[in-house]
Design a protein around this ligand. Structure first.
Ligand code: NAD
Length: 416
């Protein structure tokens, strides 16, 4: 028997840095052992909203492809000075119990670096549809065993390479009939579904299979990574049919958050931005994956596109992301903005952002979990545009200014 308001937090990439920090944080919040700094939903205007889920409503579980544990991942974060040792120690017993709820994950078009680190993946010979059924069996079993009313799947796994099958440049080179077929698959759920039923050679990446598995069951999907996930418009049709919710992509935690705050300032003062260069260095596992050019392309595109949308013209841009092992989870972003002032005089703004990646990301994950569940309790279904302020590449939302996006979230909260 499902317990009212008990919701699963099903994490893809459960023993990764962001996921482990989110789980350690959630357990600490459930036991009221930490102050809720960094959590938007703990602001008075949010926390007092009718129906806001309690932290104790959520039950974590999920998938992972590496042989690891929450304890080992927390130790790694503590060694890197990301977590205080006491923060992990005070929920150690709970973390050990949760390890049993992390199942071997699925790989599909995940790229060579991710494949190389996978030592607890599921059977390789499954077709996409068979994988999807296996995922659904796992999710249903988890919901049943834990008396859950609902499940929210949160994608926190390594960034996948760009899905070339749907890329504009790839499409442009194809015969018109093939282009039309792919456009139809992109837009219509029945056509997309047929793609899942095709052979093991399917181009669909794991993030999209996880999204489809969840949403076909009426569960929700949040994509905190820049991977494809539920991006195709076909998923809007799926959400309508199953009354589920989804949103993404790519958590807006650091350098891009700064861009979405600063670029509107240049636009409003009519200062002409000539170039915006952003160099990023960091040394966690995400950095190893993003060191592969195929996986990196997905992230660079996600960090780069918003400037033109905010400014209304494309300045010259450069985004670099480099893996520097000694930095661990500590990321430095150095941005150099070259702009023209009155009478064309060139000027420069530079900033340095030094943040701990997992600690910046985890509270956003927890806020997204809570707001997605609030949306369900308010009977909202479909694309959750009101969550745009949390993402670098909010799905099909044009507004990129952080402040305006945040106001839209506040408006949505006030609706009831
Ligand atoms: N500030 C941030 O840290 C931030 C901001 C925005 C987005 N992100 C994105 O969040 C994701 C997680 O970041 P992280 O620093 O925790 O990385 P991480 O490498 O520590 O964690 C990713 C985890 O996913 C697992 N994984 C990979 N493929 C999988 C699959 N197919 N199924 C199940 N598990 C799989 C990996 O084994 C790893 O444990 C990345 O895609 C990153 O780009 C992070």
């Amino acid at each position: 028997m499902a317990e009212k308001n008990r919701t699963g937090f099903w994490i893809i990439g459960a023993w990764g840095g962001v996921a482990t920090t989110a789980v350690v944080g959630l357990l600490n919040l459930q036991k009221q052992l930490v102050r809720p700094i960094g959590l938007t939903t703990e602001l008075p205007d949010f926390a007092n909203v009718k129906g806001m889920p309690a932290w104790t409503d959520f039950v974590p579980g999920g998938y992972e492809i590496r042989d690891f544990s929450f304890g080992q991942a927390a130790d790694e974060l503590t060694e890197q000075r990301a977590l205080e040792s006491s923060t992990a120690a005070q929920v150690r017993a709970e973390l050990e119990e949760l390890d049993a709820r992390v199942l071997p994950g699925f790989l599909a078009n995940s790229g060579k670096v991710v494949e190389a680190m996978a030592d607890r993946k599921r059977e390789e010979t499954l077709t996409p549809r068979e994988m999807l059924f296996a995922m659904q069996a796992d999710m249903k079993a988890f919901a049943e065993e834990n008396q859950l009313e609902h499940l929210i799947v949160v994608n926190l796994m390594s960034t996948e390479p760009v899905c070339e099958y749907f890329e504009k440049q790839t499409l442009a080179k194809l015969p018109e009939a093939e282009q039309a077929k792919r456009r139809n698959e992109w837009e219509n759920w029945d056509a997309f579904r047929a793609l899942l039923d095709a052979s093991a050679e399917s181009p669909v990446p794991a993030s999209t299979l996880y999204a489809a598995a969840a949403m076909e069951l009426g569960y929700d999907f949040v994509n905190f990574t820049p991977s494809l996930g539920a991006t195709p418009p076909a998923f809007e049709q799926l959400a309508e049919r199953t009354a589920s919710r989804f949103y993404g992509n790519d958590g807006k935690t650091g350098e891009t958050l700064m861009k979405s705050v600063l670029a509107p300032m240049f636009a409003h003062r009519n200062l002409h931005v000539m170039s915006w260069v952003g160099h990023n260095i960091f040394g966690n596992r995400d950095g190893i994956v993003l060191d592969d050019p195929h996986n990196k392309a997905t992230k660079v595109s996600s960090k780069n596109h918003l400037l033109e949308q905010i400014l209304g013209y494309p300045p010259q841009t450069l985004v670099t992301i480099e893996y520097i092992k000694s930095l661990g989870d500590w990321k430095t972003a150095w941005d150099h903005i070259h702009f023209q002032g009155f009478l064309g005089t060139p000027m420069t703004l530079q900033f340095t952002w030094q943040g701990c990646d997992s600690l910046l990301a985890a509270p956003l994950v927890l806020d997204l979990l809570r707001l997605t569940e609030l949306a369900r309790r308010r009977n909202f279904t479909g694309r959750m545009d009101f969550l745009a302020c949390f993402f670098k590449s909010p799905i099909r939302v044009e507004e990129q200014s952080f402040v305006r996006q945040f106001e839209e979230l506040e408006d949505w909260l006030r609706e009831e």
